[in-house]
Design a protein around this ligand. Structure first.
Ligand code: NCD
Ligand code: ZN
Length: 348
């Protein structure tokens, strides 16, 4: 009998589902593995208000393959012009689960993001009052700051002062990549500050981006850091600590857009995410903590019930990452971690 693990269905607390042809190509990969997902709003144009989020949620539900139970949890993209009444109204009506802060220019489709945090102070105050979570892409955009330092500098120069100004605001620092982020998050009240950790940041360090040549499919933002940072992320995820929860940051781009003179940031990992996480937890001797990270800590932070349905994962012979997803816009390369993938969903 192979080793098995039965846990409440996991959720993905950070995913990019895109729209139209890409949405149709990738949605099944998320919905097969995850009961719910926090859907990122960085479409072009961004999903910047309640009406746009409601319409996007309808398009996602319409694209859902038959037979899959999946709940998209919607977010609004903060801009310099966000209307606090619309935002908090959308949260109170159950259309929005959170709002996402992209510093303008920090990553893919972030041009419309916030140019200076002081512009959204009234919005943050209204969110804190309502208990609406703020999800943060935590990188400064100052070209004078080394790209590998941008997360640590953001925490010090932007996030810590922001949280001091709005002490009741509930914040998720998304896709953390550094030991500094782990330490900062761990030092806060877990009801007020959490962090998502991706499968790729647990599985690779920055060497993977340059191994034998330049590897565009290993490039995302925040960019992978040194090995000691990866080890800090593994220790955080595998500790079961309530601050840390699963968020894939699966971010599909067509191969044409990745393999280019200026390839865009984003790793598409939905098909291999669970198997990658499980390989990392197994290597750390922490399979018994996977349930906390994947199924319990996220719902606790968001004040949502743990999923009643369960999923059974089984350790099998290693499976090959199935290389590519086809879409009407072009092929999408699937993240293949430098790890043997033994774990598969056998029953949902
Ligand atoms: C994301 C994308 O492609 O939308 N890219 C990425 O590298 N993670 C945006 C983001 O989450 O930063
Ligand atoms: Zn993202």
């Amino acid at each position: 009998m192979n080793e098995r693990l039965t846990i409440p269905r996991p959720d993905d607390w950070h995913v990019h589902l895109r729209d139209e042809a890409l949405l149709a190509a990738v949605l099944g990969d998320t919905a097969r593995h995850f009961a719910r997902a926090i859907v990122m709003p960085n479409l072009r144009p961004p999903v910047a208000d309640t009406a746009a989020a409601r319409a996007y949620r309808e398009r996602i539900l319409a694209a859902l393959p038959e037979g899959l139970a999946f709940t998209p949890l919607m977010t609004a993209y903060l801009t310099d012009n966000t209307d606090p009444d619309d935002l908090v109204g959308g949260y109170r009506d159950g259309v929005l689960t959170a709002a996402k802060l992209y510093p303008a220019g920090a990553t893919t489709n972030s041009d419309a993001g916030v140019t200076d945090i002081s512009h959204i102070d009234a919005v943050l105050a209204a969110m804190a009052d309502a208990g609406m979570p703020l999800l943060v892409h935590g990188e400064v955009v100052d070209g004078a700051i080394d790209i590998f330092d941008r997360e640590a500098v953001f925490i010090e120069q932007v996030l810590a002062p922001l949280r001091a100004r709005h002490p009741a605001l509930r914040v998720v620092l998304e896709h953390i990549t550094t030991a500094q982020a782990v330490d900062y998050v761990r030092s806060a009240d877990p009801a007020l500050l959490g962090a998502t950790i991706t499968p790729h940041h647990l599985a690779i360090n920055r060497n993977a981006i340059f191994q034998g040549g330049i590897r565009p499919h290993m490039y995302c933002l925040p960019v992978a850091k040194r090995e000691h940072h990866r080890q800090a992320l593994v220790a955080a995820a595998c500790s079961g600590d309530a601050h840390f929860f699963l968020g894939t940051d699966s971010a599909p781009h067509t191969v044409d857009n990745k393999e280019s003179a200026c390839g865009c940031a984003g790793i598409y990992n939905s098909p291999t995410a669970l198997a990658t996480y499980l390989a990392v937890f197994e290597q750390a001797g922490a399979l018994d903590r996977f349930e906390a990270f994947a199924s319990r800590n996220g719902p606790r932070f968001y004040g949502l019930p743990v999923n009643a349905a369960t999923v059974t994962l089984e350790r099998t012979e290693p499976t090959a990452a199935d290389g590519v997803r086809h879409s009407a816009e072009g092929d999408i390369c699937v993240f293949a971690p430098p790890l043997a993938l033994h774990w598969q969903v056998v029953a949902a």
